[in-house]
Design a binder for this molecule. Structure first.
Ligand code: ASP
Ligand code: MG
Length: 447
């Protein structure tokens, strides 16, 4: 069997659903399980509807609900399924309406309610899509993920699938495949032990798909998106960006962590454990080869891709006490842990530590605490530039990368290499990161 996951833009309207169905039909003999995101911008629309119900009251519910209903009813009408399929989605829309009204009256929106609310997006999309696949003669059946064994913890809005869930997923899916069913499964959502609906974090349907594939021993996972695969950089900024043919799980995860909107950062984990290849494909251009993510990523290019993250803060922590002493780093990092501040990059010398983190944190309390043991300097508006590459070739790559920076007159302010074996990252001023990226892209991919 294989898993085919389609993101929101690949099922955003009737035309896209027809294309999705053609792609599925062309691989029917490979026994696909289809995993879907919510249609188009439905998730954002649901979150907006919830916020408006909360802030502006019950009058907003009608228009909000209409917007969400229209996305689905318009598609059904165009697919000539309005009568039959409407039976399956109308009760969901009614429930969603009651829930929004409830939020507007109680004036309370917990993370638990928010998850319940956004779950309607995926639950609606699988019913619309399965209706179309069935009308084409395929034996499609819509499933909510919990009916196929997806159990998570209760961290609403960022739930994690629980250990042991692999077996329940495999046990639920195997008989369906055996019986010739084409399961169409909600991405992104699960239920926790108490039976409440949870979500796996934005973009979480990638994880549903890779988890399902790894659990069931699938031959591969196809992730259908609206770009030609993982790109050497964001094509909106570097027009000459190219698709990357082959990349390893670690490299792809690194790209996701460091800001590339490729896949959910945790999505690689299940498949990297089982060695299941993940193929990223473009549903707007199905003939393009896409990107193959696997353990043994072939290809000779030492540099795979670039990524960057802006709005980074750099903290320099300097203390003479660190000279020859032990426990200083422990003290520094336990302060970060106590203030629940997650750090990105770290570089150390004998008497100093430099740490980068997102500018979103309020650092005042942390600074007061660290000031007792060291001198602290915080610099904001920095950017991390990451070269995802084979670190075994780092001397050549660094020479070329710093050549680019030197030519541009850009000062590199911190560098980190080696911890993951697949990335070299450095810090520059935020205002300079785009020209550095363009220069690096020319150097490594356009020569
Ligand atoms: N629909 C959810 C989102 O927009 C999950 C997903 O698309 O993966 O984040
Ligand atoms: Mg989405």
């Amino acid at each position: 069997m294989i898993v085919m996951k389609f993101g929101g833009s690949s099922v955003s309207n009737a035309e896209r659903i027809r294309t999705m169905a053609k792609i599925v039909a062309s691989q029917l003999e490979r026994k696909p399980v289809v995993v879907l995101s919510a249609m188009g911008d439905t998730t954002d629309a649901l979150l907006e509807a919830a916020d408006r119900a909360l802030d502006e009251g019950p009058d907003t519910v009608g228009p909000s609900l209409k917007r969400i209903a229209d996305i689905h009813m318009d598609a059904l009408k165009e697919l000539h399924l309005a009568e039959r399929a409407a039976e399956t989605i109308r009760p969901l829309l009614a429930e969603l309406g009651s829930l929004l009204t409830g939020v507007s009256l109680i004036k309370e929106l917990t993370e638990k309610t928010r998850d319940f609310l956004v779950s309607f997006g995926e639950r609606l999309s699988v019913r619309v899509a399965a209706g179309w696949l069935r009308s084409l003669g395929m034996n499609a059946q819509a499933f909510d993920a919990w009916d196929l064994g997806f159990v998570s913890d209760a961290q609403f809005t960022r739930a994690e699938l629980v250990a042991g869930c692999e077996a329940s997923v495999a046990a639920a899916v195997a008989p369906l495949i055996e019986a010739g069913v084409l399961p169409v499964v909600t991405g992104f959502i699960a239920k926790c032990g108490s039976g409440a609906i949870t979500t796996l974090g934005r973009g979480g349907s990638d994880l549903t798909a890779t988890f399902l594939a790894a659990s069931c021993g699938a031959e591969e996972v196809q992730v259908w998106k609206d770009v030609d695969g993982i790109m050497t950089y964001d094509p909106r900024i570097v027009a000459s960006a190219l698709p990357v043919a082959d990349i390893s799980y670690d490299e792809a995860a690194e790209l996701a962590y460091f800001g590339a909107q490729v896949l959910h950062p945790c999505a690689m984990l299940p498949c990297s454990k089982t060695g299941t290849p993940v193929i990223v494909k473009n549903s707007y251009n199905p003939d393009a080869p896409g990107t193959r993510i696997s353990a043994d990523a072939a290809g000779a290019a030492p540099v795979r891709a670039l990524t960057s993250r802006s709005d980074v803060a750099l903290i320099d922590i300097v203390s003479a006490r660190m000279l020859g002493a032990s426990g200083f780093l422990g003290e520094v990092f336990s302060a970060f842990a106590r203030h629940k501040i997650s750090v990105d990059m770290v570089a150390t010398s004998e008497v100093s530590v430099s740490i980068t983190l997102s500018s979103d944190y309020d650092l005042s309390a942390l600074k007061r605490e660290l000031a007792r043991i060291a001198n602290i300097e915080v610099k904001t508006k920095k950017a991390i530039v990451t070269i995802v590459c084979n670190v075994k070739k780092s001397s050549q790559i660094l020479e070329r990368a710093f050549g680019v920076c030197a030519k541009l007159g850009v000062q590199v302010q911190m560098i980190s290499q080696g911890a993951s074996k697949v990335n070299i990252s450095f810090i520059v001023n935020g205002s300079q990161s785009e020209e550095v990226i363009r220069g690096l892209h020319r150097e490594f991919f356009e020569a």
